[in-house]
Design a protein around this ligand. Structure first.
Ligand SMILES: *Cc1c(COP(=O)(O)O)cnc(C)c1O
Length: 539
């Protein structure tokens, strides 16, 4: 069967159309710097609820992936197998269980942290790692000479969660090398150990003296370097990769079906789904999922930001998307208690803007509306670069407001919310590995999840009775310092009690990392990458 429109991809800035799924995933970023989006968002048959409500997480994931990947690119049986292996690594039988906090002013919590690295990013990166492997095995069929085999070199920067999830996604995989740069000592101790204790020969942790931004800049230079690109196939694992957005759609459906089976679900309205957001990748998956159902999954998607609030300011300022807040001196990232959301700009917002521009355009032909949308997005993003921001037309802002709302949560409120939930939330049916301590204490939120819960509480006050789902993006044990700050001295609290078995004794294990010499710059990193890949290929 030839691919449908939702199985072909275009660049949000217009240089590429009709790109297949495999090409979009391996390429990551489009040639013009734009992001790949499906040419059309699929719509589900009206029987979707009946057909899907009792499916397992894996079966749902397969159904959704089939809408965006043509069987001419990945035959159904192969796709089923990829999906099955991607979630077999999760510790919880439901993969992403929905937890009832048993408190009327609180949302249901969707626990997304039961994958190998205890963060929601595993849902996407386990799948992406298996996709990379699948494509490479296929390309290399019958090729024995290591010099002739197609080889992928993943390069990424991390402030914590992306790095470990990416490493666990591709460790030990043939024909893939993975280089992760992070600021030495500036990711949480557990996150650093999660990365450096992985000793597979294809994993390379590069520690940089500096900040996350320094790492990010080096990675950008490497992606733009014609020399490295001519000798190595460089691949991206950050959320610009479309496969990540695709994989994350599954848990929005899974959460919805879990909720409607609860006796507490209020049938009068579709739920509101609240998402702690940074790069806008997680909640964007919610946008696609919700669109496919004609907004039945969610009456609103609520963006919860920390003090790095570009998305919240966009909604409150009438559609100004600016790096610098009004009145602020500089445009620098603030260090908060929820570091995985510490961003200056949200890369995936570009994808939403493309659809909103497309839908609000008045041209009569689809081709023209597409062209106009690409032109608008390209102009906005170039203004962001040259002037630090842009303003969207009213119709685009209205489109965004029809589906989204936003809340900004301060550092103090984040800590207060962790403390308050611990004292007031006692869910009954939590499974093993959940975030409730086993003895007398209550439910423990990680700081990112706490941003979502604080935003949820405001939304619940404004919309009493409407069922809310708040996404929990990490296990609290990953962010010990914020959790300790909130709970030290609380009755029954002991950090050891929530520490997963996997983290016990991590600090005594053998580690491996390569320090990037101070002042080596991106060219120094390029030399390390080239040398390490060569070493790997000799074995
Ligand atoms: C990455 C991350 C987020 C933010 O997700 P985006 O897709 O960047 O919006 C939130 N919480 C945690 C724990 C994360 O790792």
């Amino acid at each position: 069967m030839s691919p449908s429109l939702s199985q072909k991809y275009l660049s949000t800035r217009g240089a590429e159309y009709g790109v297949g799924f495999e090409a979009a995933v391996l390429q990551g970023l489009a040639k013009d710097g734009g992001l790949f989006v499906p040419e059309e968002i699929p719509t589900l048959p009206s029987s979707w609820k009946e057909d899907w409500k009792d499916l397992s997480f894996e079966d749902l994931a397969f159904q959704i992936a089939s809408l965006y990947i043509s069987s001419s690119e990945i035959p159904s049986d192969d796709l089923k197998d990829i999906v099955k292996r991607s979630y077999a690594t999760f510790r919880h039988p439901e993969r992403t269980p929905l937890v009832d906090l048993e408190s009327s002013r609180d949302p249901f919590i969707l626990e997304l942290f039961h994958g190998p690295t205890f963060a929601f990013k595993d849902v996407a990166l386990q799948f992406l790692g298996n996709l990379f492997e699948y494509f490479l095995v296929r390309k290399n069929k019958g090729i024995e000479d290591p010099k002739k085999r197609h080889h992928l070199t993943i390069v990424g920067a991390t402030s914590g969660d992306t790095g470990s999830a990416a490493i666990y996604g591709v460790r030990g995989k043939k024909d893939v090398s993975c280089f992760i740069l992070f600021p030495n000592g500036r990711v949480s101790p557990i996150q650093q150990l999660q990365m450096t204790t992985v000793l597979d020969s294809n994993i390379h942790n590069l520690t940089v003296d500096g900040y996350f931004d320094d790492c990010q800049n080096i990675v950008k230079e490497l992606f733009a370097d014609p020399e490295l690109n001519s000798t190595h196939n460089i691949a991206a694992v950050n959320s610009i990769n479309w496969a990540r957005i695709l994989a994350q759609q599954t848990y929005y459906f899974y959460a919805y079906f879990s909720l409607i089976k609860s006796p507490k679900y209020n049938k009068a309205s579709s739920p509101r789904i609240v998402v702690p957001s940074g790069n806008f990748g997680d909640i964007l998956a919610g946008f696609f999922a919700n669109r496919m159902t004609g907004s039945e999954l969610a009456s609103k998607l609520v963006i919860a930001t920390n003090e790095n609030d570009i998305l919240d300011r966009f909604f409150r300022s009438g559609g100004h998307y600016t790096k610098k807040a009004i009145g602020a001196e500089t445009d620098t990232v603030k260090e908060t208690h929820s570091p995985a959301m510490d961003i200056l700009v949200s890369s995936n917002f570009e994808r939403l803007l493309w659809y909103l521009a497309f839908e609000s355009d008045s041209a009569s032909s689809v081709e023209e509306r597409r062209k106009h949308a690409c032109e608008s997005v390209a102009t906005w993003l170039s203004q962001l670069k040259s002037q630090g921001g842009f303003q969207v037309p009213a119709a685009v802002l209205d489109g965004a407001k029809a589906e989204f709302e936003s809340e900004r949560v301060s550092n103090d409120e984040t800590i207060a919310t962790i403390r308050d939930a611990y004292v007031t939330c006692f869910p009954k049916n939590v499974g093993a590995g959940s975030a409730k301590s086993s003895k007398t204490g209550g439910y423990i939120l990680d700081p990112h999840t706490a941003v979502g819960v604080a935003a949820s509480r405001r939304s619940i006050q404004r919309n009493p009775g409407v069922s809310h789902i708040s996404l929990s993006t990490a296990h609290p044990a990953k962010f010990a310092s914020a959790v300790d700050l909130a709970l030290r001295g609380q009755d029954g609290y002991s950090f050891e009690e929530i520490l997963p078995q996997e983290f016990v004794g991590l600090e005594t294990r053998e580690t491996r990392s390569i320090p990037v010499p101070t002042g080596a710059g991106w060219k120094g990193v390029r030399d390390i990458v080239v040398k390490e890949v060569e070493k790997e290929l000799q074995h």
